[in-house]
Design a binder for this molecule. Structure first.
Ligand code: ATP
Length: 236
């Protein structure tokens, strides 16, 4: 079953045509990667899906509903979360309070407790620092908090925008392992990443964006051995 479908989406910034007639789909339970170099239109695509930007034309269907004209906060309430969001984390709240904010639309107290234990288990640093203000975390720890907070809203679809960006290599593995574990619990994930090698290793399928257009798509395992991908994104 298709969790998300984009049909002929075009998004502009004024005269700049950043996303050009993109069509893509994500099935329930998948991790799908979007690859592309700087300025290819990856973030614009994510923001168009989450409603922060509105497409000039095309259609977006999320979980059976047309959402391309729906305001961002209502799309969130339908079960779509983006990390990091425009607002990032709440710097003046503790880590625990940030995670509670992630779950603020939920009422299933017992499940919330279970999910909190799950994210503390994924990221033990967050448990250790749970009463500290979020602004005292390192960049990498803030990235983990942003992912954990998005998870706490228990979205049907989680959009991750470059989760390894600015992260020390030693922590990148932790983040990718966490993404895999979150997916194994049944969450569908759309991943935008510069780290093509890791992203293709953990995802099921991928799309390649070039200058706002999809130029290549397929199973991640196949793209990993595709000579064009190797040359452009895998440094060989
Ligand atoms: P990166 O990997 O560098 O983050 P990206 O693939 O996410 O790149 P986008 O941020 O989606 O790329 O940008 C796509 C194009 O739209 C680029 O040419 C960029 O310069 C342009 N663009 C992005 N944001 C704006 C904006 N607010 N106003 C005008 N142009 C923009």
């Amino acid at each position: 079953m298709s969790m998300l479908e984009l049909k002929n989406i075009n998004t502009y910034y004024g005269n700049i045509h950043a996303v050009k007639n993109i069509s893509l789909s994500i099935n329930q339970g998948e991790i799908v990667t979007i690859l592309g170099s700087n300025g290819a239109g990856k973030t614009t695509t994510l923001h168009t899906i989450s409603g922060l930007l509105k497409p000039q034309s095309g259609e977006i269907i999320f979980d059976g509903q047309k959402i391309d004209r729906v305001p961002a906060h209502r799309i969130t309430a339908l079960g779509l979360a983006q990390s990091p969001e425009g607002r990032q984390i709440f710097a003046n709240l503790s880590i625990k309070e940030n995670l509670d904010m992630g779950a603020y639309l939920r009422k299933d107290t017992a499940e919330i407790k279970k999910d909190l234990d799950f994210v503390y288990n994924l990221f033990p640093k967050l448990l250790e620092r749970r009463n500290q203000l979020a602004q005292t975390l390192s960049g990498g720890e803030q990235q983990m908090l942003a992912i954990a907070r998005a998870y706490m809203s228990k979205p049907k679809l989680l959009l991750l925008d470059e989760p390894s960006l600015g992260i020390a290599p030693i922590l990148v593995g932790t983040i990718f392992k966490a993404i895999t574990e979150i997916n194994q619990l049944g969450m569908t994930i759309l991943l935008v990443e510069q780290n093509a090698n890791l992203a293709l290793k953990i995802s099921h399928r991928a799309y390649v964006l070039t200058n706002g257009e999809i130029t290549l798509q397929g199973a991640s395992s196949e793209l990993l051995s595709n000579p064009e991908i190797k040359k452009a994104y895998l440094g060989s």
